[in-house]
Design a protein around this ligand. Structure first.
Ligand SMILES: [Zn+2]
Ligand SMILES: [Zn+2]
Length: 339
C-alpha cells in the first residue's frame, strides 16, 4: 500500500512523494493522521540547523485515528483517537536511568530522526501513544506536543499563586504559556509581541497587559503596571537580545525560563555580578519529560484553549504554502497540515 508524504530529501529540498505505508513491529500502531502542526523545528531541520536523519518525513505535532496495530499492543484499539509524544528515550543511558529522559543521549524523535506526521499515515511505538476521549477535537489535539513542552517549562518556573509573570513572544508557545501561568494562579500576566493580532489574542487568553516592544520601554511599562518586576519571565522568542534582556526584566530572587530556541551559534553577554547579587535563576527548558499525560488531561477537561491558536490549515499538496505561511506571514499563529 502507498501513501502521500512530504519527504525532506536533504537540507533545503523537499517534495510530495508516494511512499510505502510503514510496516508495523509487534508493539507499534499505525495512525491515520488527522492534523500535523508546523513548528519552528521543522524549519530548522529544512534549513539544516537541526540534526536530523535525511531522507525524512518531518512533523512531530500530530493527532489521528488508529488504523492498525501490532500483535502485542494491548492498551489501544483500532479506531481510537490518539495523540503522540514524539520523543522516544533509549531507556539505557545515565540520564534515562535517573529520570531525565528528555536529556537522553540517544533520543529518537518522530519527525526528526524517525518519520513523522506530514503524511497520510505514521507509525509509533505504543508507549508514546495517548488515547483521547472521542469528543476531543482532533485538530486541537495536534497541539498536545507543544502544550506538553510548555507544561515542562512552567514546572521549571515554579510559579506560585499570586506571583506575576512576563511572557515575551506571543506565538503559539507564548499563548500556551499565558494560559498555563493563569492556571498556576499568576496574579498578573504581561505579554510582549510586536504583532498586534498576537497581542490581542494574548489578552483574550488571559494576559492582563500586552506590550509592543518596538513602541514602549518594556521595563518601564511593566514597572508602572505591576508595579515592579515580575517574579517569573518566560522567554518564548529565542533571540539572543530578548534572552539577554530577560535577566534584567525579572525581579531579584526570580526565575527566568529560556524556552525560545536560540540559534546554536549565538552568544550573549551576562553580567555575572548582577546575577549573583540579585540571585537570578536562569533555566533552560527542553522538550516534554513526563508531561504528555497532563497535556491530554488539560485538553480533555477543556482547561486550555487550543483551537484559537490555529490560524491556517493546508492540505499535504499545499505543504509549500503551509511552510511559506509559517515563515513569512506575520499574522500566522499555528499552521496545521491536514493530510
Ligand atoms: Zn515543535
Ligand atoms: Zn537514554
Amino acid at each position: 500500500m502507498k501513501m502521500k508524504a512530504i519527504l525532506f530529501k536533504k537540507k533545503g529540498e523537499y517534495s510530495l512523494e508516494e511512499v510505502p505505508v510503514p510496516g508495523l513491529e509487534s508493539k507499534e500502531v499505525l495512525i491515520k493522521v488527522n492534523s500535523c502542526g508546523i513548528c519552528g523545528t521543522d524549519v530548522h531541520i529544512y534549513e539544516g540547523n537541526f540534526p536530523a536523519n535525511f531522507p525524512l518525513i518531518p512533523g512531530h505535532e500530530f493527532s489521528g485515528i488508529i488504523e492498525d496495530k501490532g500483535k502485542d499492543v494491548k492498551n489501544l484499539k483500532i479506531g481510537d483517537h490518539v495523540t503522540v509524544n514524539p520523543n522516544l528515550p533509549c531507556g539505557k543511558c545515565d540520564q534515562c536511568r535517573v529520570g531525565n529522559e528528555n536529556l537522553c543521549i540517544d533520543l529518537l524523535n518522530l519527525g526528526v530522526r524517525l518519520n513523522g506526521g506530514f503524511a497520510e499515515y505514521v507509525k509509533a511505538k505504543n508507549s508514546l501513544v495517548y488515547k483521547l476521549p472521542d469528543e476531543v477535537d482532533l485538530e486541537s489535539a495536534s497541539l498536545t506536543e507543544p502544550l506538553s513542552c510548555c507544561i515542562h517549562g512552567i514546572d521549571l518556573a515554579q510559579i506560585k499563586p499570586g506571583e506575576c509573570v512576563l511572557v515575551t513572544g506571543c506565538g503559539p508557545i507564548g499563548l500556551l504559556m499565558i494560559q498555563l501561568a493563569k492556571i498556576c494562579g499568576a496574579a498578573k500576566i504581561v505579554a510582549t509581541d510586536p504583532i498586534e493580532k498576537r497581542r490581542k489574542l494574548a489578552l483574550s487568553l488571559g494576559a492582563d497587559l500586552s506590550l509592543n516592544p518596538n513602541d514602549v520601554n518594556i521595563q518601564e511599562a511593566i514597572g508602572n503596571f505591576l508595579p515592579g518586576k515580575p517574579e517569573v519571565v518566560v522567554e518564548c522568542v529565542g533571540k539572543s537580545s530578548t534572552q539577554e534582556e530577560s535577566i534584567r526584566l525579572v525581579k531579584p530572587g526570580g526565575r527566568v525560563i529560556w524556552f525560545g530556541v536560540a540559534n546554536p551559534d549565538d552568544e550573549i553577554k551576562i553580567n555575572p555580578y548582577y546575577v549573583y547579587k540579585n540571585e537570578i535563576t536562569i533555566k533552560g527548558s527542553f522538550v516534554n519529560p513526563y508531561t504528555t499525560k497532563r497535556a491530554v488531561r488539560l485538553l480533555s477537561e477543556k482547561r486550555i484553549r487550543l483551537k484559537e491558536l490555529i490560524s491556517h490549515r493546508f492540505s499535504l499538496e499545499d505543504f509549500d504554502k503551509a511552510m511559506m505561511t509559517h515563515m513569512k506571514d506575520p499574522d500566522r499563529i499555528k499552521v496545521v497540515v491536514k493530510p
